[in-house]
Design a binder for this molecule. Structure first.
Ligand code: ADP
Ligand code: MG
Length: 677
């Protein structure tokens, strides 16, 4: 039983609560609260060698104890003089009521602080101090932790020191043979050195261990869930050449990447094994046409196919797109969504179960228990990151192992795709149809608002439409954020001649649909919305995308949003209103301005997000990383992948004693983190 953090010395109920807020419930949790950086306090200097601007450790004797001087009402200056064999030094604290009386003449102390110059004389300001012989956080490399309200650096440092001591010998759970093979440090060594390293080499060795461990456990957790899905028999499509008849009817030639992907799909469908394929392609790369070709082939082979979308709006669009593709082909496409009337649904169910429906397009409603298929052989799931692994499994169980084709417009680096979708084969559509103009992107500040609105007006007058995306719907207490409702009103007064539409997640599906319809028909000129329009929606006449509070969005999300425009032949524009001077924000905006390549952008996204950061992990159904950075640590990722594979081959259920500890941790991830999918 892991020890509750409350029982750690110096941690009472109150402090325990503060720890709990950070997700630290046990001493073990605390040990896994890794430092964000370290401060090198290991080098001791003599006073004579101190240089202005340096932060140093000195070993000194108190020459004259602290004197307080109140300089102003809100400025208390405390001064003391210390010396060593080489000289004397003034030590100064500002607004520290506690230092007075702490020091006696002749006492010996270690001080760690910054050297500055004041009226020509060197002094040390606001140092950390410890009695000589009782040093804990001076004279060595000291960890600095991410802080949280009420928990100071000192509290965290000393709690951690105690935790390491009290925990005693930790049970290693990465077996020795694996550690040896992959040069991974032992747990106790690593735990000590991740917090209190002897030197920075030891720290790096320790860090590598925990990155390896984190990625290994993640992969063990994910692979456990994949097993059953992989090698199943699948329906055989005897005639895959019939797809040519479909391709001939298209108003455009397929791109090379589309052809390659389609070939890979159809080979799977003929193989006798169930297909589990992910198609990754940037927005606008033409995934739908490929999916339609696969669906056509399924139907011509006498089977049913289904296409699932995350929202009703998207499902409706797919319905229309497919009907357009299949015009005059005697293919019956039927819609099934949650918001349909009972009567409509019943009719749809009938058509699905009797085989009168060749193609079923819809939302999650498709995988409900009540739906019975006549002969479902292919399922296409669009924009899959909204679909969890569980839903995939559920779908797979419908009918007799239908082939699964998953379309994702969130390109992710291959390394990451392999962890996330290790059970899937991956096709990449890495080529856009010819003639596409990259969206011109600008990051601007508030000072540009007038000009941007004028730009909007000019373009709408010229017949174009625009999206304006906000991160929020309702007013919150901190409302320097643009919210959709207010912005829509404001725009309506600025542009009385254009119809402004509003769409957000809390609206009823019917109303959303109505608004979307009006936008598609061109009645609404400017659509103000939250991110509900993020995926898939296609309105070729919309060529301006304005994103408010762009600093609130992750890179991949910004790229997704931008993908809504530039779908017609006209030059499209994306305007990012970004606030604040945060470095990461700046880099994100810069990346958006220089690149339209989804793969490049997602890689930058990973790079810019540190460990513990989301990197849209929720979106991908991944837990938060404590220490690994999936971009920077991709070498260790590759190694941990090999190890995970070996372990799974040796003991797929992790049931042996050897893997008990790893199993416990992998189970924890599954139970805690991935459920929100
Ligand atoms: P995605 O779903 O990958 O974002 P779509 O399938 O919606 O992209 O395709 C975007 C647009 O490009 C659609 O209007 C589609 O008809 C068109 N398109 C698809 N493939 C081609 C192609 N090979 N050549 C020209 N246009 C294409
Ligand atoms: Mg699409």
């Amino acid at each position: 039983m892991p020890k509750d953090i409350r029982y750690l010395k110096g941690v009472g109920e109150k402090r325990a609560e503060l720890f709990n807020k950070k997700g630290i419930k046990t001493v073990e949790d605390l040990l896994y609260y890794f430092p964000r950086s370290h401060e090198d306090r290991s080098e001791m200097k003599e006073i004579a060698d101190c240089v202005e601007g340096e932060t140093v450790c000195i070993s000194v004797t108190v020459f004259s104890p602290v004197k307080d001087v109140r300089v102003r009402r809100n400025l208390l200056v405390s001064t003391m003089v210390v010396c060593d064999q080489t000289g004397a030094l003034n030590v100064v604290w500002y607004n520290n009521r506690y230092v007075k009386g702490q020091f006696m003449t002749g006492d010996e102390y270690i001080l760690y602080g910054k050297i500055t110059r004041n009226r020509g004389k060197m002094e040390m300001i606001n140092p950390v101090f410890e009695k000589k012989g009782k040093e804990r956080f001076t004279g060595k490399i000291v960890p600095l932790y991410p802080l949280t309200e009420g928990l100071t650096q000192k509290i965290l440092q000393s709690s951690m020191e105690l935790a390491i001591k009290e925990a005693g010998r930790l049970d290693e759970y990465i077996p020795a043979d694996i550690r040896e093979k992959y040069h991974i440090a032992e747990l106790n060594y690593a735990m000590k050195n991740i917090h209190f390293p002897e030197d920075f080499d030891s720290y790096n060795i320790a860090r590598e261990r925990f990155v390896f461990e984190e990625l290994l456990i993640l992969q063990l957790a994910l692979s456990g869930r994949k097993d059953e899905n992989t090698v199943r028999d699948g329906v055989v499509f005897d005639d895959i050449l019939c797809v040519r008849d479909f391709v001939e009817t298209l108003p455009f030639p397929l791109t090379g990447a589309q052809k390659r992907t389609l070939n890979e799909i159809l080979k799977d469908c003929k193989s006798g094994k169930m297909m589990n394929r992910l198609v990754q392609g940037d927005v606008g790369s033409g995934k739908t046409a490929v999916a339609a070709a696969a669906i056509y082939t399924a139907v011509k082979n006498g089977h049913q196919a289904a296409m699932m979308a995350p929202t009703e709006i998207l499902a409706t669009q797919h319905m229309e797109t497919l009907n357009e593709f299949f015009k005059g082909m005697d293919i019956n496409v039927v819609m099934l969504t949650g918001s349909m009337k009972v009567k409509e649904k019943r009719l749809a169910y009938d058509m699905i179960s009797t085989g009168a429906a060749d193609v079923i397009v819809g939302t999650h409603a498709i995988i409900q228990q009540t739906v019975e298929f006549y002969d479902l052989a292919l399922v296409v799931a669009d924009e899959q990151h909204r679909f969890g692994v569980e839903q995939r499994a559920k779908l797979a169980s419908k009918g007799n192992n239908p082939h699964m084709l998953i379309m994702s417009a969130t390109p992710i680096p291959r390394t990451l795709a392999l962890i996330l979708y290790g059970d899937l084969d991956i096709s990449v559509i890495d080529e856009l149809p010819p003639g596409r103009k990259p969206v011109k992107t600008y990051a601007v500040g508030e000072n540009m608002r007038k000009r941007i609105f004028a730009f909007l007006e000019k373009n709408v007058k010229a017949g174009m439409q625009a999206y304006v995306v906000c991160p929020l719907i309702e007013e919150t207490e901190k409302s320097d954020l643009q919210n959709a409702e207010m912005l829509a009103e404001k725009l309506q007064t600025i542009f009385p001649d254009f119809k402004i539409g509003l769409m957000h997640g809390k609206m009823k599906a019917k109303l959303k649909e109505q608004v979307m319809d009006e936008f598609v028909r061109g009645e609404i000129k400017i659509l103000v919305s939250t991110t509900v329009i993020e995926v898939g929606v296609n309105v070729p006449n919309a060529n301006i995308m304005v994103i408010e509070n762009a600093e609130r969005f992750g890179l991949s999300q910004l790229h997704q949003l931008r993908g809504r425009v530039g779908r017609g032949g006209e030059q499209a524009f994306c305007i990012l209103f970004a606030h604040g001077s945060n470095e990461v924000t700046k880099k994100r905006m810069e990346t958006m301005c220089i690149s339209n390549d989804g793969f490049y952008i997602s890689e930058q996204d990973l790079k810019l997000r540190g460990p513990g950061d989301f990197f849209g992990t929720r979106q991908h159904g991944l837990p938060e990383m404590k220490i690994a950075n999936l971009f920077e640590d991709r070498d260790i990722l590759a190694v941990s992948q090999m190890a995970a594979k070996e372990i799974m081959e040796e003991d797929p259920q992790l049931s042996s004693e050897k893997y008990k500890g790893l199993k416990r941790r992998a189970d924890k991830i599954i139970n805690e983190d991935i459920v929100m999918n």
